[in-house]
Each structure stands twice: as C-alpha cells, then as structure tokens.
Ligand binder design. Structure first.
Ligand SMILES: [Zn+2]
Length: 322
C-alpha cells in the first residue's frame, strides 16, 4: 500500500553522495573508520547558522581515552532513538542495543551535552526503504528524533564500511526537535550501522575467518605485513590496539552511529569529515570555538570528534527546538 508521504518523499531525494576518504589526509595517516560510506539526502539547504555563541561543555577537550562515565554536567536534552534490527542480516538483543545506545550517548554527551535515549526497539526485515516505510506506517511507531537500523545495509554497504547515514522525512505531521538547517524540518535522522563491526581487522582479506597472521590487502591503513594481534575476540592490527576506537569491543559501532547522525548537521556532505579542505575552510569561516589543528592531521583529535568536522556538533547543539 502506498502511503501518502511516499510520493512526497521521493521528491525530496535530491542527491545521493558517498563518503570518501578526505584527499588531504596522507595515505599513511588514513584512519580506518573513515572508509565508511554514508549516503546523505540533502533536502532543503537554508541559511548557514551562526556558530559563534554556542557554549562548549567543559568536558570537550580532546583526550585519547574515553570518558568512563556519563557527562558529569547535566544533559541539555535527549536525542530519542528508535532502534530497529534487520533480522535478515543482524542479531542484536534489546540489551545489546541498550548498551550501545548508552556508549554512544557518552560519546555524544562529551561532544554536545546531549544524550541518546532508546525509546523503541523492534525487529524487522527488508530493504532499508521498506523497513522505514513499514515502521512509519505501523501502529507501533514511536516518535523519535532518529532511527538506528542495525543491518548490513542495502548492497551490504554498512557491513563493508561500518555504517552510513541520511535524513528522511518522517510520518505526516512529524516535526524534528533537532532542526538541521541543511535538511527538511520534517526530517528523521537515520543511521544504518553494522553491529559488531571489527575495527582495524587484520589478516581477514574480506573473509569471516582470518587467513593470514599479518595484514593483507588494504588492512592496517594499507601497511601490508603489519602483525595481527588478538583483541576483542578477533585479529586486530597491532598498531591500532591502543587507539580510542579499539578501546571497547563496540566503540567503533557506537562512534559510527554518532558519526552518521551528525552528517545531516553539516553543510559539506561527504566532505564534513575531519580535516578535509572543506572542514578547515568551514572551521575558519564559522569561528567554531572547538579545538582544531588546521595545519596537521591529528589522529587523537580526529577520533575525539568521531572523525567529523568539529563545527557539525555546534550546528547540532543549535538545532534543538524542544
Ligand atoms: Zn561519514
């Protein structure tokens, strides 16, 4: 059955684009998690926000280690998430989803002062479009600001890259509580995330089981022959084990889902990654007060910002319309 919002939705799909590696990042410095390929749907670009007055939470100083507890300051608000599990490709329990939302909430809180809250959890299946259509039309639909779909994604893209994101018009009458100036005000923010993605996998060559004791193909930032070590129950590049993204078995997935949500709050589409030329130019133009080393690629800083350009968090904070 065609729901009334579907034709309108089709008209909103003005552009797709894929996230690629920022050209400015030297090959040897290419962060592995930036190989994800989000799609973004640009709907209604409007005026750029003013970003000079947003106060930054005191906890937002870059640090190479994750904050073990939730933000010590009171949260400014909660970004409500519906979590859907595509059972065709992923098995994720409600408890696992809740734990991931809490980990992602800690990451979001130290960057913006907002937290994530899981308001719905459902198992589903189908293409990503079908899953969303079914969910929005169902009697069990719970209004939320964003939807995380644990899935391999259409064409396996989330499995390959870790995740991708886009904005999609919500059901009739839906108004975003987080109104990004770069998408329609009826947008729901969507992240398709591969649960259990192996950060810095080593010696797999695309296989489920390891086939080598050293890196092969493009693993370990293309450094062929890097030793693989056991961590979190799989083989990891030995030079990645102390990185923030390797700090917990689920950090990559948690950070990816913050990353994908934030894409809709940037003006440069797939170039809103950390340290792209567009990022540096936007950071200079908008006078964001967040620390940003515009001259050199800083991996700890990149990881701290979940590999997004810092200004997107200012846009996110300013978008709140409770
Ligand atoms: Zn991205």
């Amino acid at each position: 059955m065609i729901k009334p919002w579907i034709p309108a939705l089709a008209a909103l799909v003005l552009a797709f684009w894929a996230c690629n590696l920022p050209a400015s990042v030297p090959p040897t410095e290419t962060p592995l998690r930036m190989t994800e390929t989000p799609f973004q749907i640009k709907i209604a670009p409007t005026d750029l926000p003013t970003l000079t007055t947003t106060p930054i939470p005191p906890t937002s100083t870059p640090t190479p280690t994750p904050t073990p507890t939730a933000s010590p300051t009171p949260l400014r608000g909660m970004f409500r998430l519906s979590v859907l599990v595509d059972t065709d490709s992923q098995t994720v329990s409600r408890e696992q989803a809740q734990a991931l939302v809490e980990e992602a909430s800690t990451i979001l809180a130290r960057l913006t002062g907002f937290g994530f809250e899981m308001v719905d959890f459902q198992e589903t299946s189908g293409t990503i479009d079908a899953i969303l259509a079914k969910y929005f039309a169902s009697p069990g639909y719970t209004t939320s600001d964003g939807i995380i779909i644990f899935s391999h994604g259409d064409n396996g893209e989330a499995k390959l890259y870790g995740g991708y994101g886009f904005a999609r018009r919500g059901p009739k009458g839906f108004i975003s509580r987080f109104q990004s100036p770069f998408v329609d005000k009826n947008s729901v923010y969507i992240g398709v995330v591969h649960f259990g993605h192996r950060y810095a996998a080593c010696g797999y060559g695309g296989n489920e089981e390891p086939v080598s004791t050293v890196s092969i193909g493009g693993e370990c930032r293309g450094e062929v022959g890097t030793a693989c070590v056991e961590k979190h129950g799989y083989q990891m590049c030995s030079n990645a084990v102390n990185e923030l993204y390797a700090s917990t078995p689920t950090y990559f997935s948690s950070a990816t889902f913050v990353h994908e949500m934030m894409h809709s709050f940037g003006e440069n589409e797939n170039m809103d990654h950390y340290f792209t030329p567009e990022c540096t130019a936007t950071m200079q133009r908008l006078a964001s007060r967040r620390p940003y080393k515009s001259q050199t690629y800083d991996m700890a800083e990149a990881d701290f910002y979940v590999n997004m350009c810092p200004y997107v968090f200012d846009v996110f904070m300013d978008s709140y319309r409770p």
